[in-house]
Design a protein around this ligand. Structure first.
Ligand code: BTN
Length: 250
């Protein structure tokens, strides 16, 4: 099976009934030089799915989207890695926005629903070649048909709309969006992409509580070119890496 409505992504899809982690599988293929840009590894059942911060990612077999997409963004410098993250999060948001207007991107790797919690997570693993990006494994977990109500602050499209969806249809929509935004990135439209990203970013330009070791009230004023979160802390602008700041009250 391949995606029909894309230009160069998803023309080769490896479907596995079961897999430890699609990101790991993609890594192995890349190492053996058996994978190239656009390849998708898609599984119904992940036994050792990887989440952010070394967490596990587990969902009910066959119910949700669990896949990795291989990109070769050789036009990006190694310090532009976050551009790709932005493209991916924005693309997921754009697809979800067709179902409900209340989704937001939570920097750096999540898509949330404003009132019901998390619906998707992203784990991107890059390899670099000196100053440039070489390949990128874009791992996406998106809750589609599973009833997530037993899990606090999690939801699926099913929970939101009461309907079930064909996972291949959602996959195709997502990859189409990623492709489009990836092409825009390649064309140098990063400013436009960044603006759309910020427009849909959770609590952008709103006062909220954070902790960076101490609890403080601050305002997200943007994301730096290095991908760090820029926060106004008592009048001075601080930049934070992924593990250096926490949102409080979410
Ligand atoms: C997170 O929110 O913690 C990120 C979750 C990313 C999960 C996806 S599922 C497909 C791909 N393979 C993995 O092992 N992880 C990612």
């Amino acid at each position: 099976k391949i995606l029909a409505n894309t230009v160069f992504l998803g023309k080769e899809i490896i479907y596995l009934t079961e897999c430890h982690s699609t990101n790991e599988y993609a890594q192995q293929l890349l190492r053996q030089k058996e994978a190239g840009e656009g390849m998708i590894i898609f599984t119904d059942k992940q036994t050792k799915g990887k989440g952010q911060r070394g967490n596990r990612w587990w969902t009910e077999p066959g119910m949700n989207l669990t896949f990795s997409l291989i990109l070769e963004p050789k036009f990006l410098r190694s310090n532009q890695q976050f551009d790709l993250n932005m493209v991916v999060c924005l693309s997921i948001w754009e697809v979800l926005n067709q179902y409900d207007p209340n989704f937001v991107i939570k920097w750096p790797n999540d898509i949330l629903h404003k009132t019901h919690g998390k619906i998707a997570g992203v784990l991107i693993e890059n390899s670099l070649q000196s100053q440039w990006m070489e390949s990128s494994i874009v791992g996406i977990g998106l809750n589609v048909n599973q009833d997530m109500q037993i899990i606090p602050r999690a939801l699926s499209l099913f929970n939101l709309t009461g309907e079930t969806y064909d996972l291949w249809v959602i996959l195709e929509k997502l990859v189409q969006r990623i492709e489009w935004n990836y092409i825009r990135l390649k064309r140098g439209e990063i400013r436009l992409l960044r603006n759309s990203y910020l427009k849909n970013l959770l609590n952008y330009q709103q006062r909220q509580l954070f902790s960076d070791g101490e609890v403080f009230e601050g305002v997200i004023i943007g994301v730096g070119e290095d991908g760090k979160l820029l926060v106004d802390k008592g009048g001075s602008i601080r930049s934070y890496g992924f593990k250096e700041i926490q949102y409080i009250g979410l």
